[in-house]
Write a protein that binds this ligand. Structure first.
Ligand code: HEM
Length: 171
């Protein structure tokens, strides 16, 4: 799929590469849309029931997807060579925090890493079409391992595919 094929209808707006890391407003936790006075107290446990994150099983589900993905990265020489750290654990943790936040889960990524700025953060790496395809193949295994409902699976995969295509920065 080339960038030109990204759907542009209002139902599926094309991803704006500069806003790649921002969740659609409809997927954010309800608290994000509430006036300050009506929000739950800070010490109340967050309720993710009305977010995509909550609907697919929260932390357990995303940990599984990202863990299986990183097993794929570790086993793929092309991808493995791109990851600077010897220990893939910290990279796995960053990806997990990002994806959980994107789908309406805890905002830990923002607190620890700041704004995602995914395009900028990938500039040091030559993301070629070949690297993208390897990345997507590893992620496919992660998503398959989670056993999501067809609707959740399609929503998540659509995002991952479009995000991966828009992060290619090298021929
Ligand atoms: C297209 C193929 C891709 C390749 C080859 C690739 C490669 C990389 C590499 C080498 C890193 C550095 C690892 C580290 O954190 O130390 C990284 C970081 C990261 N990538 Fe990708 N990536 C790709 C696509 C994506 C996509 C589609 C997303 C999101 C949907 C994504 C999200 C992230 C995040 C959140 C980080 C950590 C950023 C940070 O906080 O420093 N990547 N990626």
């Amino acid at each position: 799929m080339s960038n030109e094929q990204i759907p542009t209808s209002p139902a599926k707006p094309a991803l704006d590469p500069t806003r790649l890391g921002e969740a659609p407003a409809s997927l954010l936790p309800l608290t994000g849309k509430m006036p300050e006075a009506e929000r739950p107290e800070e010490d109340e446990p967050a309720d993710y029931a009305d977010t995509f994150y909550g609907q697919v099983g929260g932390h357990e589900t995303f940990s599984k997807i990202i863990h299986v993905f990183y097993q794929g990265v570790a086993a793929d020489p092309l991808l493995r060579a791109m990851y600077p750290e010897e220990d893939l654990g910290p990279a796995e943790q960053r990806m997990l925090m990002f994806i959980e936040q994107y789908w309406g889960g805890p905002r830990t990524y923002l607190e620890e890493r700041g704004h995602p700025r995914l395009r900028m953060r990938h500039v040091p790496f030559a993301v070629t079409p070949e690297a993208r395809d390897h990345w997507l193949a590893a992620m496919r295994k992660g998503v398959d391992a989670a056993g999501l409902s067809p609707m959740h699976e399609a929503t998540l995969w659509d995002y991952l595919e479009r995000a991966a295509h828009s992060l290619v920065n090298s021929a």
